[in-house]
Design a protein around this ligand. Structure first.
Ligand code: C2E
Ligand code: CA
Ligand code: CA
Length: 231
C-alpha cells in the first residue's frame, strides 16, 4: 500500500483546456520518504516486479478515470489517459489481454487509453512490438513515443510503428530558450511530426517563454509545472 498514482494534466494552450493526463507512479516509503520514480522503476524493471506493479498502475489509473467520468468531470471521448509502459511489461505474453481486461473491467472506451513507450521497447524486439501495437490499435488504444529525440530515434522504426503522438523530451524544452541547438532540435521534431501527421506534446514546460516558443512552432499541447505538477 505504499505505491500511489499521480496524474499530470496535458493542456491545449489554445484555450488552456485539459485534454489528457499522464499517470505517474509514486512510492512513499514509511522511513525513507518519497522515492524517485526513475530509480525505483528501474529496480522494478530489473527485478521483474514491474509486471505486477505495472498491471496495478494501469488498473488504478483506469479505476480513477472511470470515477472521474462517472462524476462528469472528464469527457471520455475527448481525453487521453496516458500510461507509461516499460520494456519488460510490453514483452509479457499476455500484455494485450491485460490492457483489454483493465479497460473492460472499468467500462472505459478503448480510445481513452494512450500507452507511452520508449525507443528501448522497439529495439529489443521489433516484430513482436509491432504485432502487439497493431492488436491494441485495432481495439482503439493509441501510442505515444516518449522522450523523443533522446534515444535511438530511428526514422525507419517511426515509420513502421503505429504511434500517433511524439513527446518532445524535457531536456530540449528546458534549454530551448537559451540554447539554439535545442531550439533547432525542437523545430525539427515538430516539423517532422506535422509532416508525418503525428500529434506532438511538449514535456517539462516550466516557463511562459518556453510555451511561447513552442506555440510559435504550432506545438500547442504541453505538460509541465507551468500549468501543474503531477497531482
Ligand atoms: P517520464 O515518462 O518522462 O515522465 C515525465 C517526468 O517529468 C515525470 O517525472 C514528471 O513528474 C516530470 N515533470 C513533469 N513536468 C515537469 C516540469 O515542468 N519540470 C520538470 N523538471 N519535470 C517535470 P517522474 O514522475 O519523476 O517520473 C520519472 C520517470 O519515471 C518517468 O519519466 C517514467 O520514465 C518513469 N515512470 C514514472 N511512472 C511510471 C510508471 O507508472 N510506469 C513506468 N514504466 N515508468 C514510470
Ligand atoms: Ca512518459
Ligand atoms: Ca518523457
Amino acid at each position: 500500500g505504499e505505491f500511489s498514482v499521480h496524474y499530470q494534466p496535458q493542456v491545449d494552450a489554445r484555450g488552456n483546456r485539459i485534454v489528457g493526463a499522464e499517470a505517474l507512479a509514486r512510492w512513499q516509503h514509511p522511513q525513507l520518504g518519497a522515492q524517485s520514480p526513475t530509480e525505483f522503476i528501474k529496480v522494478l524493471e530489473d527485478s521483474g516486479l514491474i509486471l505486477e506493479v505495472g498491471t496495478w498502475i494501469l488498473d488504478e489509473a483506469c479505476g480513477a478515470f472511470a470515477q472521474l467520468i462517472a462524476d462528469g468531470l472528464v469527457d471520455p471521448l475527448n481525453f487521453s489517459l496516458c500510461v507509461n509502459i516499460s520494456p519488460r511489461q510490453f514483452r509479457q505474453n499476455d500484455f494485450v489481454e491485460r490492457v483489454e481486461h483493465s479497460l473492460k473491467q472499468h467500462g472505459l472506451p478503448f480510445s481513452l487509453l494512450k500507452l507511452e513507450i520508449t525507443e528501448g521497447i522497439v529495439i529489443q524486439n521489433l516484430e513482436d512490438t509491432i504485432a502487439k501495437m497493431h492488436q491494441l490499435t485495432a481495439m482503439g488504444v493509441s501510442f505515444a513515443m516518449d522522450d523523443f529525440g533522446t534515444g535511438y530515434s530511428s526514422l525507419t522504426h517511426l515509420k513502421r510503428l503505429p504511434v500517433d503522438t511524439l513527446k518532445i523530451d524535457q531536456s530540449f524544452v528546458r534549454d530551448a530558450i537559451n540554447d539554439p541547438n535545442d531550439a533547432e532540435i525542437i523545430r525539427a521534431i515538430v516539423a517532422m511530426a506535422h509532416s508525418l501527421q503525428l500529434k506532438v506534446v511538449a514535456e517539462g514546460v516550466e516557463r511562459q517563454q518556453q510555451l511561447q516558443f513552442l506555440q510559435s512552432l504550432e506545438c500547442h499541447i504541453y505538460q509541465g509545472y507551468l500549468h501543474s505538477r503531477p497531482v
